[in-house]
Design a binder for this molecule. Structure first.
Ligand code: HEM
Length: 424
């Protein structure tokens, strides 16, 4: 079995080598905007070769889309994250927006806002994500996760993606926002459609429709919050005016949307991908479940290993250069965190899962002014899942071929049938 769960391989022999193609000798024909690229090739090999042979890679224009830069080395990526006045986020921070005319939420949604407005908005978010709020949500996460894992282990088998992982982050972010429980299931369906990563049947039109439905949903929820003020992040957003940073209804709705999208998929995919990682590294699983490796340190390695959000991107505001390559004003530069997290110049034996790895300076949550606001929450969710697995399961077996997500942004698995042996 392959050791590389970043590639989603090794879980079943037939799912891996039968379907993967050799990388081309000349990497210039690669297209990192094409979701199929990540299913076609072994990703470990893909990133290793790009880092070694073409670390500042020019992804040529194709099918009417513009070309873009793709950085794969840790230090180059850090250089861009650090220089947020040259490399800006406003025109979009993922390929889907950057190659299609920019992000319509420019200057309104936190992740695609720069400079002083970004700092103002971020202050409101930080207030909404106060340690007190997070610790209340964390308690619920632990209870919910324990109960889901305990039930699944008692039954003996489940689809880890659908029966466990799907039920944790969405509920967490909805609790944080103040979304009523009966609405949460529908929001999850809409989120999946909006990102269209897990189902080949979902068209671009379905995704746009789902995105609009989420926005309409949050508009009406905001109206309710204004009529009957309550707590939760939406409450803090609605209140922000009073504390000096006015947020328009549109800004509030767009930022709720971004929290749902950002808070659900990433944590969920990281949780799911951690299962093949543990199954394929029985000695690591044994050390974790016996307590000789702590779940806090293990969580960081799971985050590095799984890197659910493969890339983020920026637009170059003025002519510059990265590692001697001229980058022109207006160029799109993408930062492949998934590759940085396996950079042999930074991580010893990067392709070995080492749950006790420390220090672990992974870039899974990004870096700099846009560093993930939900990082603590993401960590809490993954750690709660590891703790619950250690508590209730003696062993985990994969019982079928996992179904991999098809996306140029997200990396992970959408269906993962497993069998548990309960801990006696
Ligand atoms: C494992 C889970 C997660 C991963 C891998 C992840 C990853 C990231 C990354 C890499 C960024 C930086 C984007 C950029 O530089 O353009 C980011 C930003 C952000 N994330 Fe996360 N995230 C996760 C969980 C969450 C959760 C649970 C929430 C919300 C509850 C959240 C909310 C945000 C927000 C609001 C931003 C924008 C911050 C800003 O622009 O100032 N994320 N995330």
């Amino acid at each position: 079995m392959s050791r590389d769960t970043q590639t989603g391989r090794g879980v079943s022999a037939s799912a891996s080598s039968d379907t993967l193609e050799e990388l081309p000798a000349d990497l210039s024909s690669l297209d990192l905007a094409d979701p199929q690229t990540f299913l076609r090739y072994d990703q470990g090999e893909l990133w290793r070769r790009l880092r070694a042979e073409n670390p500042v890679f020019w992804n040529a224009p194709r099918d009417g889309r513009p070309g873009f830069w793709a950085l794969t080395r840790y230090d180059d990526i850090m250089h861009v994250y650090r220089d947020s006045s040259t490399f800006i986020s406003a025109r979009g921070n993922v390929l889907a927006a950057l190659l299609h005319g920019g992000d319509s939420a420019e200057g309104k949604m936190l992740a695609v806002t720069d400079g002083s407005r970004h700092r103002e908005l971020r202050k409101v978010f930080v207030k909404a994500f106060s340690p007190r709020t997070i610790s209340t949500v964390a308690e619920k996460v632990q209870e919910n996760t324990e109960s889901l894992v305990r039930s699944a282990v008692e039954v003996g088998s489940c689809d880890f993606a659908q029966d466990i992982a799907e039920k944790i982050p969405m509920r967490t972010i909805c609790d944080l926002l103040g979304v009523p429980e009966p609405d949460q299931g529908e929001l999850l369906i809409l989120t999946k459609k909006a990102l269209s990563a897990e189902d080949d049947q979902i068209t671009e039109f379905d995704s746009i429709l789902a995105r609009n439905e989420i926005l309409v949903y949050f508009s009406s929820l905001l109206e309710e919050f204004r009529k009957n003020p309550r707590g939760g992040v939406i409450g803090t957003f609605a209140d922000a005016q009073a504390s000096g940073t006015a947020l328009s209804n549109e800004e509030i709705v767009l930022n709720c949307y971004s929290l749902i999208i950002g808070g659900d998929e990433t944590s969920r995919l990281s949780m799911i991908s951690s299962i093949p990682a543990l199954v394929e590294h029985p000695a690591q699983w044994a050390a974790l479940s016996s307590g000789s490796i702590g779940s806090q340190t293990a969580t960081e390695e799971i985050l590095r290993w799984t890197t659910p959000a493969m890339h983020f991107g920026r637009t170059t505001l003025k002519d510059t250069n990265v590692s001697g390559h001229a980058i022109n004003q207006g160029d799109v530069v993408t930062l492949w965190n998934i590759s940085a997290n396996r950079d042999e110049a930074v991580f010893a034996s990067p392709d070995v899962l080492n749950l006790s790895r420390s220090p672990n300076r992974h870039l899974t949550f990004g870096y700099g002014p846009h560093f993930c606001l939900g990082a603590e929450l993401g960590r809490i969710e993954i750690r709660a899942m590891l703790d619950a697995l250690c508590r209730f399961a003696a062993d985990i077996t994969l019982t079928d071929t996992p179904k991999r997500v098809r996306s140029n942004f997200l990396s992970g698995i959408s269906s993962l049938p497993v069998k548990f042996t309960p801990r006696r």
